[in-house]
Design a protein around this ligand. Structure first.
Ligand SMILES: NC(=O)c1ccc[n+]([C@@H]2O[C@H](COP(=O)([O-])OP(=O)(O)OC[C@H]3O[C@@H](n4cnc5c(N)ncnc54)[C@H](OP(=O)(O)O)[C@@H]3O)[C@@H](O)[C@H]2O)c1
Length: 325
């Protein structure tokens, strides 16, 4: 098959390790697995971390990365893949808590090729109201954001939420979902243009990154990490929650314990989404008529440009890769 192969860990120049190959072996499904023909996928920070050697053995290369899967199953039905491969029982009813759980591309081939294989349990029907390009944004950005907001963050109507960042897949999904769920949404961004777009997307307020809030919020969504953590700690009300789900600008942050225990703030982690989260989120998207924001679409052969776009300060929404274009 045709695939973009990650050849090695390259901390200094991670994208140079990606190469388009024809004739790469098509993966074969094992017991309980399904072969998926890819239509579209996205590029994500997770792939970049892997290329930089974070959380991966160097002898695990060459390999296929890519975490979002939208395509067709063996019967030709249109499907999406939920991205956490784990055992529900081992996770106490939630596969994302299985100590042995893996995300797409961690233990099995990822989505940067014409075919991949996944556990049958992770395949869900693609709703007709999502295009393949939109469906490619569902797992990493939308389902994970649904989980961090509602399952882990316990967001409730009438609460105030601060979303750190405006442009990424998580920030755009968080602003849209929180607004649709009846929260008061404040978005923080470095750029005036993105603050404007966040307001168009439904945010009630858009503030410059780091600016003091008029009133503290019940919930902070922080996937930016080092650059915004201090501000997140100062923006949450006593008894409020901070959900941390990413560290785009680095994970080395001062915890400032008195700012957590004295005001009784909960710091909650969130990763990926369960199948149940994904199915509930799709029903929410349909009911609220929410659709992913697509920044741009690239063919598989231009995947390095897709990653460059993902890191561009102008990014707004998801960068999709069309596997057949
Ligand atoms: N835990 C999970 O399940 C999960 C799921 C998906 C993603 N993630 C993680 O979440 C993070 C966000 O991913 P993403 O794909 O949404 O987008 P991304 O492209 O990594 O994030 C871009 C966001 O970070 C902000 N940002 C970047 N540099 C900044 C800086 N120096 N100062 C302040 N803000 C800065 C941007 O805000 P502005 O440009 O608007 O200022 C933008 O909103 C990644 O680290 C990813 O790995 C985790």
């Amino acid at each position: 098959m045709r695939a973009v192969v990650a050849l090695r860990v390259d901390e200094a120049n991670p994208l140079s390790a990606l190469e388009l190959r024809e004739g790469w072996p098509t993966p074969e499904p094992g017991p309980g697995q399904v072969l998926i023909r890819l239509a579209a996928t996205t590029v994500n920070m997770h792939d970049l971390w892997t290329l930089r050697g974070v959380g991966v053995r160097r002898d695990a290369f060459p390999r296929i990365l890519g975490c979002d899967i939208a395509g067709w199953d063996e019967r030709g039905d249109e499907v999406i893949v939920t991205g956490c491969f784990g055992d529900v029982d081992a996770g106490g009813g939630d596969e994302t808590f299985d100590p042995k759980r893996a995300l797409v591309s961690e233990e099995m081939p990822g989505s940067f090729g014409e075919y991949t294989v996944v556990p049958a349990r992770n395949v869900v029907p693609k709703p007709k109201w999502l295009t393949f390009h939109q469906a490619a944004c569902i797992n990493v950005s939308w389902a994970s954001t649904y989980r961090l907001l509602f399952t882990r963050g316990n967001a409730r109507p009438g609460e105030r939420v601060l979303v750190q960042g405006a442009g990424g897949g998580v920030a755009t999904a968080a602003a849209a979902m929180a607004r649709a769920a009846g929260l008061y949404v404040i978005v923080a961004s470095r750029f005036e243009s993105k603050r404007r777009r966040a307001l168009e997307l439904g945010a009630h307020e858009a503030i410059p990154t780091g600016e003091r809030l008029r009133e503290p919020v019940d919930l902070v969504v922080d996937t930016v990490g080092a650059a915004t953590w201090k501000h997140s700690l100062r923006s949450v009300r006593p008894g409020g929650r901070i959900v941390t789900a990413g560290a785009t600008t680095g994970s080395d942050v001062p915890l400032e314990l008195p700012r957590i225990f004295y005001p009784q703030v909960s710091v909650v982690g969130s990763t990926s989404a369960s199948r149940a989260d994904t199915l509930r989120m799709l029903r929410f998207m349909e009911a609220a008529r929410l659709r992913p924001v697509i920044d741009s679409v690239y063919p598989l052969a231009r995947i390095r440009e897709a990653f460059e776009r993902m890191q561009h300060p102008d990014l707004f929404g998801n960068v999709v890769v069309d596997v057949h274009a």
